[in-house]
Design a protein around this ligand. Structure first.
Ligand SMILES: NC(=O)c1ccc[n+]([C@@H]2O[C@H](COP(=O)([O-])OP(=O)(O)OC[C@H]3O[C@@H](n4cnc5c(N)ncnc54)[C@H](OP(=O)(O)O)[C@@H]3O)[C@@H](O)[C@H]2O)c1
Length: 416
C-alpha cells in the first residue's frame, strides 16, 4: 500500500510514474481531467474519488486543473507491490530537476565517451637515459606529460616561469619516479626573449643531450592587448615566438642527440583562422580582439612544425604538432572574466582530465610508431589533417622568415 499526497498549484501539470505493477490506484483529486497510462483519459468530477484498475508495467498519471479555487491537494492511494513513485513536483522545481538529470546524463555520457574513444599512448618504451625538456611543465597537460616521462625513467627538465610552483611539482614527481627518472627545474619565461636566451645557454652549458623538446607552455586570451619589451603581442610571444627562438637555440644539441624529437602543442582552435597577415602578427595593423591571438598563435605552431620538419629532413630530428583535446586545465580561466567562469564550468563538466589530455604529447615523445614521422599534426594519438591554411608550405616558409626577424635570430644561432 502506498500513499502519496501532494500539493498541486492551480493550472500546473502533475506527472507521476512508477515502474512496476500498480493495481487500483485511487486518485482523489479536484481536477477536471486525469489521464492514466498512454491511452486512457478519464474525466473526473471535482472532489470525487476516481478508481481505476489497470495492469500496465510502465505508466504515467497526469492531472491538471482549471479549478477556480486554485491550488488543490492531491492524494494517491495505491494498493500494489511496486518499487517507486516519482512524486509530483511543482512545475518550476520539476523543470529544474529535469535539467539537472539531463546535465548529469550528458556529463556521464561524455565522460564515458572520452574514456572509451580518447587516444592513449600504448607504448611501454623506457626513456631511461633520455633527456626531455617540457616547457610549462608546472601545470595541466605539461605536468602530466612530465609525470609520465619521469616514470619511464627520463631526465625531465621542467622549464617554467614560476619556480616556486615548479619546485613543488618536481618534488611530487620525484616521489613518484621509478626506473631512475630524474626531474630538474629551470627558469624559462617564453614570453621574454632574454629569458629564452638565458635558459637555452644554461641548458647548452649543462646538458650533453636533448632527446625530446616539448613546446607546451601556453596562455590564452589576455583581455587587453599587452606588448612585451621586444614589441611582441603577449600571447604570440608566449605561444609562438618564444618557442620558435628556443627551438632554434637548442637545435644543434637536438641534432647531436639524434634521433630526437620536437613536439609543438597546438590546438584545434588553429582551424578558426581564415587568413594570416604576416605583417600584423602582433596586431600592428588591426584592432586587438582577445579571441584572435590564441587561435593565431596555435596556427603558427602548426606552420612552424611544418617548416621546421622540412628544414630538418635527414637530420634525425623530427618535428610534429598536435591538438591535445579539450582538457580540464586552467588555461581558459586564468583571467577572471564572466566568460572565464562559464568556460570553467563547461570544462569542469565536459573536458578531458589532464592525464588523458597529455596522451598525444607522450605519444609523440616516446612512441615507436612515429619514429621518423615529421611535419605532421596529431590528435588522440592519431595523425589527422590540420586546416588548409596550416598545410600551406609557402606560408610556413614566410612565417619562419618573419619570426626570425621578430626574435632577432643571429646568424650564429641558425642551425637549419
Ligand atoms: N586545455 C585545453 O583544452 C587545450 C586545448 C588545446 C591546446 N591546449 C594547449 O596545451 C598547452 C598546455 O596548456 P594547458 O591546458 O595545460 O594549460 P595550463 O594548465 O594553464 O598550463 C600552461 C602551462 O604553461 C605555462 N606558461 C604560461 N605562460 C608561460 C610563459 N610565459 N613562460 C613559461 N611557461 C608559461 C604555465 O605556467 P604557470 O604554471 O606559471 O602558469 C603552465 O605551466 C598550451 O599550449 C595550450 O595552448 C590546451
Amino acid at each position: 500500500m502506498l500513499y502519496v499526497t501532494g500539493y498541486l498549484p492551480y493550472r500546473h501539470d502533475l506527472q507521476l510514474s512508477a515502474s512496476s505493477h500498480l493495481a487500483s490506484p485511487l486518485l482523489s483529486v479536484g481536477y477536471d481531467t486525469v489521464s492514466i497510462g498512454k491511452t486512457t483519459t478519464l474525466p473526473t468530477a471535482n472532489h470525487k474519488w476516481l478508481t481505476h484498475t489497470y495492469k500496465e508495467d510502465d505508466f504515467k498519471i497526469s492531472a491538471y486543473t482549471t479549478h477556480e479555487r486554485g491550488a488543490r491537494s492531491l492524494s494517491l492511494l495505491a494498493a500494489a507491490s511496486y518499487t517507486s513513485v516519482t512524486c509530483y513536483l511543482p512545475a518550476g522545481v520539476r523543470m529544474l530537476f529535469e535539467v539537472l538529470v539531463t546535465v548529469v546524463v550528458l556529463v556521464v555520457s561524455v565522460r564515458v565517451w572520452y574514456l572509451t574513444t580518447s587516444g592513449r599512448c600504448h607504448s611501454t618504451r623506457s626513456m631511461k637515459g633520455k633527456t626531455v625538456i617540457v616547457t610549462g611543465g608546472s601545470a595541466g597537460i605539461g605536468l602530466h606529460t612530465a609525470e609520465d616521462l619521469v616514470r619511464r625513467g627520463a631526465r625531465v627538465i621542467l622549464a617554467c616561469r614560476n619556480l616556486e610552483k615548479a619546485y613543488k611539482v618536481a618534488a611530487q614527481l620525484k616521489a613518484e619516479a621509478s626506473q631512475g627518472g630524474e626531474v630538474a627545474v629551470r627558469l624559462l619565461d617564453t614570453s621574454d626573449l632574454n629569458s629564452v636566451r638565458t635558459f637555452a645557454k644554461e641548458i647548452l652549458d649543462t646538458e650533453k643531450h636533448i632527446h625530446v623538446l616539448i613546446n607546451n607552455a601556453g596562455i590564452s586570451e589576455p583581455p587587453e592587448k599587452v606588448i612585451t619589451n621586444e614589441g611582441l603581442e603577449l600571447t604570440m610571444a608566449t605561444n609562438h615566438f618564444g618557442h620558435f627562438l628556443l627551438t632554434n637555440l637548442l637545435l644543434e644539441r637536438l641534432k647531436q642527440s639524434a634521433p630526437s624529437r620536437i613536439v609543438n602543442v597546438s590546438s584545434l582552435f588553429h582551424t578558426f583562422v581564415s587568413s594570416l597577415d604576416l605583417n600584423s602578427l602582433n596586431f600592428e595593423k588591426e584592432v586587438y580582439r582577445r579571441y584572435v591571438p590564441y587561435n593565431r598563435s596555435k596556427l603558427c605552431n602548426v606552420l612552424f612544425s611544418l617548416e621546421l620538419a622540412r628544414r630538418l629532413e635527414g637530420s634525425g630530428v623530427t618535428a610534429n604538432s598536435l591538438h591535445p583535446g579539450v582538457v580540464k586545465t586552467d588555461i581558459l580561466v586564468a583571467y577572471h572574466t564572466i566568460r572565464g567562469m562559464i568556460m570553467k564550468l563547461v570544462f569542469m563538466l565536459w573536458a578531458k582530465d589532464s592525464e588523458l589530455g597529455a596522451q598525444t604529447n607522450i605519444y609523440l615523445a616516446v612512441s615507436e610508431e612515429v619514429e621518423g614521422v615529421s611535419g605532421r599534426y596529431f590528435t588522440d594519438c592519431k595523425q589527422v589533417k590540420p586546416s588548409k591554411l596550416a598545410r600551406d608550405k609557402d606560408l610556413a616558409k614566410r612565417l619562419w622568415e618573419v619570426s626570425e626577424k621578430a626574435v632577432k635570430l643571429r646568424p650564429e644561432e641558425k642551425f637549419c
